[in-house]
Design a protein around this ligand. Structure first.
Ligand code: GEK
Length: 255
């Protein structure tokens, strides 16, 4: 099967759409960060320049799907944005008669995902809705690729319990998150290095600080240990971190 990288996965979108200058503008977005049309327009560039390892994670989701997608089951992408992780699932599971559900509550994202992937497999159901209300049933893979972090912390366990209960035996959750360091010094190092990564990708200190303020009330990172404990509480047997770069990690949790 041919390798499908991120920018192939999102089709022409990444080339056609703009570069992320939202927080460089003389009138930057005000208040808390929202996933509106202006964000959707620059999203591929934004996430690639902001999340260390994002293209690699998308490619590895394809490989994980190749290993874990069970025939005639559902693959569910919770918080799909423009569908990069969704298409990685579809490609990795090709030929196994899986149906894919991709959920996002931002109309701008889900519409663009639907349009941008028009010629893609008809096996994808695009749902504009809240992941806390998504049906999770007969699934062999559920993906939360940088989405759980946007839920209030008290609402994370109930969702993970539903994910666990909706997975078939042998099923997995792929959970990617921005994380907090285990202690203050460790956290400071990870945050500094993340900012260095963003500067190396062309963001100015002012843009970084404006974006940080916008995300402050919206995105709550937790330690890897807090995620592990919650996953155990939700019923998962084990959780193995397979990727980490600075304060971004991805793990596979087994039902
Ligand atoms: C990718 N997974 O490209 N219900 C539904 N969607 C939500 C909710 C919610 N309660 N909260 C946030 N979202 C993607 C990237 S981005 C990550 C995921 C980031 C959606 C939100 O609208 C956005 O599209 C997505 O979760 C998070 O692999 O921007 O850091």
């Amino acid at each position: 099967m041919p390798w499908r990288g991120l920018f192939e996965a999102v089709g022409v979108l990444a080339d056609a759409e703009g570069s992320d200058d939202l927080y460089r503008r003389s009138k930057p977005p005000q208040g808390d960060f929202v996933f509106d049309e202006t964000v959707a327009d620059v999203f591929p560039d934004m996430i690639k320049r902001s999340v260390p390892g994002y293209p690699a994670i998308i490619n590895m989701i394809q490989l994980l799907a190749g290993r874990y997608a069970q025939p005639h089951t559902r693959l569910i992408d919770l918080g799909c944005s423009l569908g990069a992780s969704t298409l990685a699932l579809a490609t990795g599971a090709a030929g196994r008669d899986c149906r894919i559900t991709a959920v996002d509550n931002a109309p701008a994202m889900i519409e663009k995902a639907r349009l941008g992937t028009g010629a893609e497999p008809a096996s994808i159901d695009w749902v504009c809705g809240d992941i806390r209300e998504a049906t999770i049933d007969n699934a062999s893979i559920v993906v939360l690729n940088f989405t759980l972090q946007f839920l209030p912390t008290a609402e994370r366990l109930p969702l993970l319990q539903r994910v666990h209960d909706g997975l078939r035996p042998g099923g997995i959750l792929i959970l990617s998150e921005k994380i907090a360091g285990a202690d203050a010094a460790g956290d400071a190092l990870l945050v500094d290095m993340h900012h260095a990564f963003k500067q190396a990708n062309g963001y100015s200190k002012l843009e970084i600080s404006r974006k940080r303020s916008a995300l402050e009330n919206v995105l709550t990172p937790e330690t890897v240990e807090a995620h592990r404990q919650r996953l155990r509480q939700a019923g998962f047997q084990r959780a193995d971190v397979w990727f980490q770069c600075f304060n971004f990690m991805s793990l596979v949790a087994s039902a």
